[in-house]
Ligand binder design. Structure first.
Ligand code: 13P
Length: 212
């Protein structure tokens, strides 16, 4: 079993990894993990993911009350909404990585799924990616929109902002986040060329074999 101390260390390590890979910049982005008692560890507001300190990471209760550490990310209520709707979720990654944010700034004809299923790994780890309409960062109204979509989606894209991705562990949330960012990059590299995304039975097979 992973202890709280180990999870704090993991947040520090993964934060640095994301920062060094230039998936996080400045003080943008936040990470959280859910502990066995339902409380969560979340990165402090205005902290750089590149230089987190384990003992200063915020700890808050499932209802949002502060337990210890620095003041939490202003998006903590958004993380809580996802955890409440997805019992299997144990970790959340929210970043402002370039290509995903670029997709979030485009006009989309539909908002149910804003990236094509270009690769098997995108289907496997991300699935359908709905766009959540724009709210300013920290706006509590965002939580309700995210809550509704969380029932059926582990990943979603906040308009003019960035992705929020949940999974059963921090590593899995990072893998899914990175897959999403890579698909966004491919989407722009392909540009106006005619792409051949995966189709119905191909997607169904991936879901059958790799998802339970
Ligand atoms: P925090 O510094 O409060 O976590 O906010 C950063 C962010 O990414 C907002 O979307």
């Amino acid at each position: 079993m992973t202890t709280e101390k180990q999870l704090r260390q993991k947040l520090v390590q993964i934060g640095a990894l994301l920062y060094n890979r230039q998936l996080a910049h400045g003080s943008a982005g936040n990470l959280s993990v859910r502990l066995n008692d339902g409380s969560i560890l979340i990165t402090p507001t205005n902290s750089s993911l590149g230089s987190l300190q384990a003992e200063r990471i915020s700890k808050i209760g499932p209802d949002g009350h502060m337990i210890s550490g620095d003041p939490p990310s202003k998006e903590y209520f958004l993380h809580l909404s996802v955890y409440q709707e997805r019992p299997s979720a144990k970790a959340i990654v929210h970043l402002h990585s370039t290509y995903s944010v670029a997709v979030s700034c485009l006009c989309h004809e539909q908002t149910e799924d804003v990236l094509p299923p270009l690769t098997a790994y995108h289907v496997m780890r991300v699935g359908k990616l709905p766009l959540v309409r724009y709210f300013r960062p920290g706006d509590r109204a965002l939580a309700q929109e995210v809550r509704v979509l969380s029932k059926n989606h582990s990943a979603m894209l906040l308009a003019n902002h960035g992705p929020i991705v949940s999974a059963a562990s921090l590593e899995e949330a990072v893998y899914a986040y990175e897959e999403l960012e890579e698909t966004a990059k491919l989407y722009f590299i392909i540009g106006d060329r005619k792409a051949a995304p995966l189709q119905g039975e191909e997607i169904a097979e991936i879901n059958r074999v790799f998802k339970n």
